[in-house]
Design a protein around this ligand. Structure first.
Ligand SMILES: Cc1ncc(COP(=O)(O)O)c(C=O)c1O
Length: 398
């Protein structure tokens, strides 16, 4: 079965009388009432309780289990744990799989709050870390005896460098017991699955494309059997839980992922190709463009693209970046991405790169291309660039 068909048919409730709602019920529950003490004790006895047994709301509800099943199928893993945001999912990976004294290698282009998490929380609790370049990483040389994880993101946040996950995994395996974790939010399991390339954990912020409608927060980690057991235990020990209503919203979004995701990409490619021709634009960072240094790797490993990319303004236009973004009428100005609405966000990555600097480069604007028509988005960018950067037009405006 193809991916789209699986998304439509996954996570259907199984009712023995043959009549079943097509959506799993939203089970809002803290408490589960058992028929007898014997049944309750059997269900929650340590060692007998499975990761998906409905014993208490914090341990998960049937609605959460349905979403976990759908994401596991999408990401081709052993099992999935859910979290109340993408960032919480990332925190759970670090907290669950690393111990004080361990060392983690982190890609320099990591989602910037992860850098803060390492700098201001995990580092102070005994987790050592180094950042590595997404370009030609010499990972083998950076691995220490205490290295326990390589944490990657592909493509990297804002500057969009792709990672060759299979190569990262080969290096990790050659040096022993090292987990490979990958933030896969850009692909959202739709056009790339890190576990198929040997990674142990794939993280997706369901807040973005899976939810797809900018109205819910969700994180997931899909893992191999070994990593999944540890993640499950971490959720039990720390009380990490998600609401059934949020799961239902993400399930609703996921049903149409295969329709929305390529539609975002189709519009994004048209907008990105148009932007590349603009004199104010120095570069467009988007692996789906033939001009991208990562295009060949993208063609090899991905079978689609998200609608998220970043444009780099020329030096002259960079001085007008705020005017440009403020002048957009259809694009909103917002921090998230992957929703049906287009968003623009100026990003200064200089404080968030410790290996490959970004000092002599133009201003960056990340665009999340929504589901508006490409021609309208292009017209909006056209007028905003003209107004912000073209002196003649600004003067004639008075
Ligand atoms: C690449 C990436 N990973 C993870 C996250 C975190 O997701 P959330 O906003 O649900 O915490 C984000 C959010 O922007 C992101 O861009």
């Amino acid at each position: 079965m193809k991916r789209g068909t699986r998304l439509v048919h996954a996570a259907r409730p199984d009712y023995s009388d043959g009549r079943r709602p097509v959506n799993p019920p939203v089970v809002r529950a803290s408490t589960v009432d058992f028929a007898s003490m014997a049944e309750m004790q059997a269900a929650i006895r340590p060692g007998t309780e499975s990761a998906q047994s409905f014993t208490y709301g914090v341990r998960g509800t049937p609605t959460a289990f349905a979403l976990e099943g759908l994401i596991t199928e999408l990401e081709a893993g052993h099992g999935t744990k859910l979290y109340s945001s993408g960032l919480e999912a990332i925190a759970a990976v670090f907290l669950g799989l690393l111990r004080p004294g361990d060392h983690v290698l982190v890609v320099d282009t990591v989602y910037s709050p992860v850098r803060q998490m390492l700098n201001r929380f995990l580092g102070q609790r005994g987790i050592a870390y180094d950042f590595y370049s997404p370009r030609e990483p010499d990972l083998a040389a950076m691995i220490r005896p205490e290295t326990r994880m390589i944490y990657t993101e592909t493509p990297g946040s804002v500057t969009m460098e792709l990672q060759d996950i299979a190569a990262v995994v080969r290096t990790a395996r050659a040096h022993g017991d090292i987990w490979v974790a990958c933030d896969n939010t850009w692909a959202s399991g739709y056009c790339y699955r890190p576990l198929e390339d040997g990674a142990d954990l794939s993280i997706v912020a369901g807040t973005k494309y899976l939810g797809g409608h900018s109205d819910v927060l969700m994180g997931s980690v899909t893992a191999t059997a070994a990593a999944y057991e540890t993640l499950h235990e971490t959720s039990v020990l720390l009380g990490l839980a998600v609401s059934a209503d949020d799961c239902a919203l993400v399930l609703r979004g996921a049903r149409t992922l295969h329709i929305r995701y390529p539609a975002h990409a189709q519009r994004a490619r048209a907008v990105a190709a148009w932007l590349e021709q603009r004199p104010e634009v120095a570069a467009v960072h988007y692996p789906a463009l033939p001009s991208s240094p990562d295009h060949a790797l993208w063609q090899q490993r991905f079978d689609g693209a998200a609608g998220l990319f970043t444009l780099e303004l020329t030096a002259a236009a960079s001085t007008r970046v705020t005017a440009f973004v403020d002048g957009l009428k259809l694009f909103g100005r917002g921090a998230s991405w992957g929703g049906f609405e287009s968003l623009a966000l100026p990003c200064d990555v200089r404080a968030n790169r410790s290996v490959d600097g970004w000092d002599d480069r133009g201003a960056l604007v990340r665009l999340s291309i929504g589901l508006e028509e490409a021609d309208d988005l292009i017209a909006d960018l056209d007028q905003a660039l003209d107004r912000a950067c073209n002196d003649k037009i600004r003067r004639s405006d008075g």
